[in-house]
Design a protein around this ligand. Structure first.
Ligand code: NAD
Length: 247
């Protein structure tokens, strides 16, 4: 019997990469999965590949950086499903630039998608989770939270995610809601595929296991944090980086 049977899970940024693998994993563990992404064409393809029957996987277009869209999407979800047990905030982007050259658009777009989105999505579910006295929120941060060249915007957003995670964990633990984060190191997805070869080589050299990670290796840790196996883990950040980052 899967660990997430009868659970309703939302995964943001689920059309590809780490989000796709998280959706696949929580589905395997028994949950019904609502997959959200701004790229609806890709999302529909991914969702139907996971569950062609459409009985346990649902694809909905949602730009998580748009507060009105999040409000509408989540109210449709509550009308249709009645509850949300698990929220996995995974959607993220990079707009890398050295800080002295960074444009306001690069700064704001990254903060909007990576951090402000979590204000919208968490506000949409936490009142319901408090009422049902159950909830699991998992936020995807990054090893870049600790600072990274050319990623002032991304690093600030992902460090903000950790502050938000710990605060929500403190505020809501008493209602049997846990809020945790993962900090992936370099993972093999579209986000990293165009990085210069020497950057990839350096990341591999600095990773004790000697390779970059697979999205499924992040998904398994997220699934643990989304399950009752982690019932006494709250406000934690688990590094999923092959030892690149030891928190
Ligand atoms: N790949 C890595 O090395 C790595 C490392 C650390 C953290 N992360 C984090 O993991 C998460 C997933 O990254 P990935 O590597 O799978 O990237 P990816 O680019 O492959 O996938 C990101 C997904 O998010 C979606 N998305 C982007 N903006 C959105 C928005 N406004 N609303 C809804 N969906 C949106 C994209 O359409 C895409 O499907 C991100 O938060 C990223 O910052 C990735």
């Amino acid at each position: 019997m899967g660990k997430l049977v009868d659970k309703i899970a939302i995964v943001t940024g689920a059309a590809q990469g780490i989000g796709e693998k998280i959706a696949e994993r929580v589905l395997q563990d028994g949950a019904s999965v609502i997959m959200l992404d701004v790229n609806f064409t890709k999302l529909q393809q991914t969702a139907s590949a996971l569950d062609s029957s459409g009985e346990k996987v649902f694809a909905m277009k949602c730009d998580v950086a748009d507060p009105d869209e999040v409000t509408k999407t989540f109210s449709t979800i509550y009308e249709k499903f009645g509850k949300v047990d698990i929220l996995i905030n995974n959607a993220g982007i990079t707009r890398d630039s050295f800080f002295h050259k960074m444009t306001p658009a690069q700064w704001h777009s990254v903060l909007d998608v990576n951090l402000n989105s979590m204000f919208y999505t968490c506000q949409a579910v936490i009142p319901h989770m408090r009422a049902q006295q159950y909830g699991k929120i998992v936020n995807v941060s990054s090893s870049s939270s600790w600072g990274n060249l050319g990623q002032g915007n991304y690093s600030a957003s992902k460090a903000g995610v950790l502050g938000l995670t710990r605060t929500l964990a403190k505020e809501n633990g008493g209602k049997q809601i846990t809020v945790n984060a993962v900090a992936p190191g370099q993972i093999n997805t579209d986000m990293t595929k165009d990085l210069p070869k020497d950057v990839k080589k350096m990341a591999t050299m600095l990773t004790p296991v000697g390779r970059i990670g697979d999205p499924a290796e992040v998904a398994s840790v997220v699934a643990f944090l989304a399950s009752d196996d982690s019932s006494f883990v709250n406000g934690e950040c688990i590094s999923v980086s092959g030892g690149f980052l030891m928190v």
